[in-house]
Design a protein. Structure first.
Length: 144
């Protein structure tokens, strides 16, 4: 399935829920972030994901903090990878190859660097984006 067909099937809710796994979420987030400015991508992807969950009878599965945190993490990785490729945006296969830890369903553990379990399991974090409550020093390749 091409990227455009994949997006169209997701947005029309024609993808079967049982065929839509964590890596597919990451691929769609990547595609939205490559096609739209970051805030439009966050809004569009979030709205489409809520619609998809509702259409498949699982409206309570949408979690705004996890969704937005992953979108911003993916965006950061795209920008860092682009900077190593002379500004060329990575393709999905290139991005996936360089970021395999994001494709694993257990990659939500990455968020534990930024969020406590209590915060992520809260009803408020499901409903609205909550800023991280943990600070982790990471190397970003920039200079201070």
């Amino acid at each position: 399935m091409t990227d455009q067909e994949f997006i169209a099937a997701f947005e029309s809710c024609d993808l079967r829920n049982e065929d839509f796994h964590h890596a597919d979420h990451v691929r769609l987030a990547f595609l939205y972030l490559c096609r739209f400015p970051v805030l439009e991508a966050v809004e569009g992807f979030s709205r489409a994901l809520q619609r998809f969950a509702t259409a498949h009878g699982k409206p309570n599965l949408y979690h705004e903090t996890i969704t937005w945190a992953f979108l911003f993490l993916i965006r950061e990785r795209i920008v860092l990878q682009s900077s190593r490729q002379d500004g060329r945006q990575p393709t999905w296969p290139e991005f996936a190859a360089e970021n395999p830890e994001l494709l694993n369903r257990k990659s939500k553990l990455i968020l534990s660097d930024f969020y406590s379990d209590d915060l992520l399991s809260s009803d408020l974090a499901k409903q609205i984006f909550i800023l991280p409550n943990r600070i982790v020093a990471r190397e970003t390749g920039g200079t201070d």
